[in-house]
Design a binder for this molecule. Structure first.
Ligand code: TYD
Length: 136
């Protein structure tokens, strides 16, 4: 088994006033890593399933800054489903966890922060390979 393979639901402070809300995320302070990469996903139809991979190096924080979506976390030995439906809520996903994002609302904008720049070689896209790696 690989240590520390547990996702963590995060609630960020909302610095709101009469003008609206503001959420700040500083690397290694509000999330467990320094941010090397940001990407965001929008315009996915409701029946689309994204992700379907695990990462050897990258950790992630997922935030639906608009709308909502669900994330299925598959530990290979149990599952967890998280609904992201508030702009100040996120989920931290450590490395070596299989994830699938789905059930996107029409207005969904899913922001993703990561500790590594993109490297396709660290993506595990074959579920059986994932299972054999985690069961080692
Ligand atoms: P993909 O990993 O399939 O997205 P998701 O996991 O959200 O379903 O990535 C889609 C495309 O974008 C693919 O061609 C790889 C590319 N990509 C990058 O170039 N850099 C990145 O950081 C990411 C996440 C994807």
């Amino acid at each position: 088994m690989i240590e520390g393979r547990k996702v963590d639901l995060m609630k960020f402070n909302q610095l709101g006033d009469s003008r609206g809300h503001l959420v700040v995320i500083e690397g290694s302070k509000d999330i467990p890593f320094e941010i090397a990469r940001i990407f965001y996903i929008y315009g996915s139809e409701n029946d689309v399933i994204r992700g379907k991979h695990a990462n050897k190096d990258s950790e992630f924080v997922l935030i639906n800054v608009s709308g909502k979506s669900k994330v299925k976390i598959d530990y290979g030995e149990g599952e967890e489903i998280i609904e992201l439906n508030e702009p100040h809520m996120g989920v931290y996903i450590p490395k070596m966890i299989w994830k699938e994002m789905y059930d996107f609302s029409e207005d969904s904008v899913l922001l993703v922060l990561s500790n590594f720049k993109y490297n396709p070689d660290e993506y595990i896209r074959d579920y059986d390979e994932y299972l054999s790696l985690i069961k080692g």
